[in-house]
Design a protein around this ligand. Sequence first.
Ligand SMILES: [Zn+2]
Length: 843
Amino acid sequence: MPRMRLARSVVFLVCLVGGSPAAAQVPETGDGPPPTIASRVAGLTRVEGFIPLFWDARRGRLLMEIARFDTELLYAVSLPAGLGSNTVGLDRGQPGPTDIVVFERVGPKVLLLARNYRFRATSGNAAERLAVTDSFASSVLWGFTVEAEDDGRVLVDATAFFVRDAHGVAPRLRESKQGSFSVDESRSAVFLPHTKGFPKNTEVEVTLTFTSGDPAGSEVQAVAPSAQAVTIREHHSLVEAPDEGYAPRRFDPRVGVIPIIFYDYGTPVTAPLEQRWIMRHRLQKKDPTATQSAAVAPIVYYVDSGAPENVRQALIEGASWWNQAFEAAGFVDAFQVRVLPPGVDPMDVRYNVINWVHRTTRGWSYGSSIVDPRTGEIVKGVVTLDSQRVRQNVLIGSGLEAPWAAANGAAGGCAAGAAPDVSYLAQADRPADVEALALARLRQLSAHEVGHTLGYEHNFAASSYGRASVMDYPAPLVQVRDARLDLSRAYAAGIGEYDKFATRYAYSQFPPGTDEAAGLARVVNDGLAGGMLFIGDDDARRPDAAHPLASLWDNGADAVASLEQQLQVRRIALGQFGLGSLPPGTPLSLLEARLLPLYLHHRYQLQAALKSVGGAYFTYAIRTSAGSQPADVQRIVAPAEQRRALDAVLSTIDPEVLVLPQRILDLIPPAAYGYRGGIPEMFPHETGPIFDPVAAATVAADLAVTGLLQPARAARLELFHARDAANPGFHEVVRALLRHTWGQPAGRGPGAQGAGGGQSGEVRRAVQSLVATRLMDLGASPAAAPGVRAVATSGLRRLAAQLARSTDAHSRETKDEIERFLTRPNTPRTPTPPPPVPAGEPI
Ligand SMILES: [Zn+2]
């Protein structure tokens, strides 16, 4: 984005807020020749720019002068003012559909036609290309009526085209069960302050009010002042299509750059129809022969001036790390970050922006791009950062650190009769460590989301070889030093080695005369030799994922060792958790929200460790021209490693790990008056208002139990065991799980004489019931392979036989339930399902 354009745009920018002088006489349409444009627009406010607009203030109409026919342009829709609900997903700054469109004149009509670039023929033969174009549908997005014309230019009334739900807000509200809303025209209009013309783009914004006769859903009720009227704004960008100076680059699955995929019917019959190019910005060296060169036009990102000062600074710093990656790819200062200058509209497509967005609840941040569907060229990057996620880090940090412990000591130490010491109040609201932790995370997040808009996919393997990528999800790395927690290295600073590798692939410009395919192959081979493993979303996020190195929110090369370390961190943090975890003046009931992320601190590292059980290492290897087999195409996790992971996972469901100290339980009263609801970090209670430590333990245990009994994992265990009997089979896992839970004395439990083992006994029984329930779920699951169901059922039979010898109520009830299940395994069961796992991703 050259700086020049900013200055030039000011010339064309016409502010419309003042309205227009009295409108001119508007001639009526008749059978004679169409009126001239000049006569039709006399007295209207003209907005100069790529496609000139005329604002008719008297009638509230927006007219458009079309001069370019059959010329491709980009048409992008976005949402500049959103709903403010993460659940519904209509956020400020959200990009909508992007199309390549052309205006076509047909008699008195002008059609706006979206071309279909998903199917094409990259062939020199025009007839071949036409055959493909005519074989697949295109879409006429709008039909305009010509109102006036001069020398091939026509004037159309575009009001209805713009004042419509082009972003799809109504369908989104309907899909998210918020009601059947539609646009109320009487409450909708062109939004003049953001309707502007620039040399290469015309921007139109509209205010749309959606109304519904039905009662609105809870999300709409929570955010809109009136649930019967939801007013948002949608934005239309008509942009000059990028010129032919951009060269598409081919995709390689071993590097995580996002592809565009299309069908090319111009390829030889022996070549694949499906073609893949990567998404990236246009970036060219000033001196293509130099190893390091400045760019003809650097990539510039602009940070929302609406973000608070310290946040804005963190966003700039984090995003700026990318310049290190572009340097590694041979560029000098080719990536720059600035604050959005006053008067510049964040929706203007010439600016890559980092928006700071507010919602009622915390939610995902994301990076998305306006991409030329013909080539994969990124025209504009839009980063949306959720303002509440930084508060989630404060929650995590204050749970770990108990940062207000000193304040608590000061208050508690106040002797009777003496003046209370309130000096702690001065800084108590802003514990420096926790704030530093939150800002360190924001830098990471800024770099991460900008990374998506540079074309990069997640790489969930990167945390297994150093902190190699900002495109992984970072868990706070808490270290233990002299039995104290150290958060000083919680988040990495700077761009990772893998990010440099990906940038070399996507952006390197090879000297003139170089064979690009060979140059790219060298980049990939060097990266692979340096250990730059890429494993993407599907192989990390899904519950059935199998790669032991690819996980979200984990740390380290050895997931089992990291799990053990994070359990130690959790033990220390629980030891210091208490009044000091809460700022003075806060209701004690809110301790529960700070306890939850801490109590489940190990949850993501646990999921990482689980992947070694029935896991396999693999790469996205391709067949190279050399013809030799690449290293590490696929390899089953060694039997000893699988068993070590199984033991570590089972250790997380021990009562010693799950039982909370009575000291903490005594500190958490029911929700204070005026503080009920609206907090996602709450455990389920089966005890009404009273905090339920048994439900909390069940939730934590279920992470491990459900993970071990995941149907695909179970099927892999059986497969790998069949291949080599040294590998643990699923029957071994089920036996270990039963031995670890039901092999221990159950305690006497309800109905028996005397105590049932205190909280520890309660927790043990809850985990035992959970294991039986989850085995029955698996035994009846249509998702499980027959062999897996057989192993689950056989485990239940053995357990029932064992319980037949017990007389306590808990054992008898479980035995009866298993027998009912074994008799009619496919009848829906009635027992209470285990409590749901609450929200907690450190998004
Ligand atoms: Zn992401």
